[in-house]
Design a protein around this ligand. Structure first.
Ligand code: PLP
Length: 411
């Protein structure tokens, strides 16, 4: 008899975006003349930069000629892209990364999802709350969590670290020993960041407890303020205890192109039951070579184009456009009397919903009264209740109009 992985049965159905879609569809059917503005899903809307398109065209031409055609590439990615990443993302910030510490992939989603399989089932995971759902769900699938508790909306064996207005979105260090710590800064969904001195505490914790930090910096390109680390390796000693995930998805509009990378430093170690040190870099390399056949040549050439002078200029124009939207949303919400967070170093704005509303009740009100769609905070974890996420990825016109409507809406 074929048996299933019963850990999958512990997963809660991800109702969030499907429920939103259903509610919006129903409302639109009943109100065909209303123009709904969607500031909910975290996907980019601006087209690819011109320079990226030119390099895609060039690479396509190479693939069409016998002499320059490319078949399978290295599972870890081509050196031409890795060298640029080292130079432009790390060397510039005084960080030394070696070429075999970079692994090019087709997304930070799969990397943050797959990395956990290198670690033993009995490790304790810690996640901030609210959180990007991939970290938790993949650990549930792997059997690293206990059962779901409906009352608390939490899983057994998981350490939740609330990040909310009460603690200024600075999660506290766990009060029990944890092994795998997921941190994402700038944060999705809250749009908040941690200062370097805060990150330092986490690196120290990981060192003292022989734990590992899985640092997702998918939104580092949106950082505008000083003293915010673009890379966890700006923190001294972080290479001993941290893996870093980066993505071109939001940085350069690659959500539909698919390219990302993960840094696994060679000095990073985990341990066998007997306490023997094992190189994580070697294990990840083994994992990738076994299960992944590399990102397409055309895509990697497209990513390399980002590091040309023109490419840099063009992707920064797009990021500035989104960050201008973020500013409009922040200002607009403040003027409308809302308490708002994030939006300065991230394309996400996190607002406190008015008293006496749940996240979902506020969703309904915003849809019905302002015809604006956002994301209820509780969809990202129990500490997201009472909050709501808007994204800066919409068009300027829609963003401005959405704010006008929210200002006109009775609270
Ligand atoms: N990490 C975070 C925090 C995200 O918000 C997202 C996308 O929304 C990803 C990773 C996924 O990135 P990618 O498109 O590279 O898979």
């Amino acid at each position: 008899m074929i048996k299933i992985n019963e850990n999958y049965l512990k997963l809660q159905d991800s109702y969030l975006f499907s429920t939103i879609a259903k509610k919006v569809e129903t409302y639109q059917k009943e109100n065909p003349n209303k123009k709904i503005i969607k500031l909910g899903i975290g996907d980019v809307t601006l087209p690819l930069a011109k320079k990226i398109g030119e390099e895609i065209d060039k690479a396509t031409q190479e693939m069409l000629k016998r002499e320059t055609f490319k078949g399978y590439g290295p599972e870890q990615g081509y050196d031409f892209l890795k060298e640029k990443i080292i130079e432009m993302e790390y060397k510039k910030r005084g960080i030394e990364i070696q070429i075999d510490e970079i692994f090019i992939s087709d997304g930070a989603k799969c990397d943050t999802a797959n990395i956990q399989e290198l670690f033993s089932d009995d490790n304790i995971i810690a996640i901030t709350d609210p959180v990007y759902p991939v970290y938790l769900d993949t650990n549930i699938m792997a059997g690293r969590t206990g059962n779901y508790n409906k009352t608390t909306d939490t899983y057994e064996n998981v350490v939740y670290m609330p990040a909310n207005a009460e603690n200024n979105f600075i999660p506290e260090l766990p009060n029990k020993k944890v092994d795998m710590i997921y941190l994402c800064f700038p944060n999705n969904p809250t749009g908040t960041v941690l200062k370097k001195q805060e990150l330092k505490k986490w690196v120290e914790y990981a060192k003292n407890n022989k734990s590992i930090i899985l640092f997702d910096s998918a939104y580092e390109a949106f950082i505008t303020e000083e003293d915010i680390a673009h890379s966890i390796y700006e923190i001294e000693g972080a290479k001993d205890v941290c893996i870093e995930f980066r993505s071109f998805s939001k940085t350069a509009g690659f959500t539909g192109v698919r390219c990302a990378y993960t840094i696994v430093p060679k000095q990073l170690k985990a341990y066998t039951k007997q306490g023997e040190e094992i190189s994580i870099n070697k294990l990840w390399n083994r994992r990738q070579c076994t299960k992944f056949n590399g990102v397409s040549y055309i895509t990697q050439r497209a990513a390399q184009a980002i590091y040309t002078e023109e490419g840099q200029k063009q992707i920064k124009e797009n990021i500035n456009y989104y960050m201008e939207n973020a500013k409009i949303i922040l200002e607009g919400l403040k003027q409308a009397g809302y308490e708002v967070f994030g939006g300065k170093n991230a394309p996400y704005i996190w607002l406190k919903v008015p008293k006496n509303y749940t996240s979902w009740e506020f969703f309904d009100k915003l849809l019905e009264k302002a015809n604006v769609v956002g994301t209820p905070g509780v969809g990202f974890g129990p500490s997201g209740e009472g909050y709501f996420r808007l994204t800066a990825f919409g068009s300027r016109q829609n963003t401005v109009e959405a704010m006008q409507r929210i200002k006109n809406m009775e609270k």
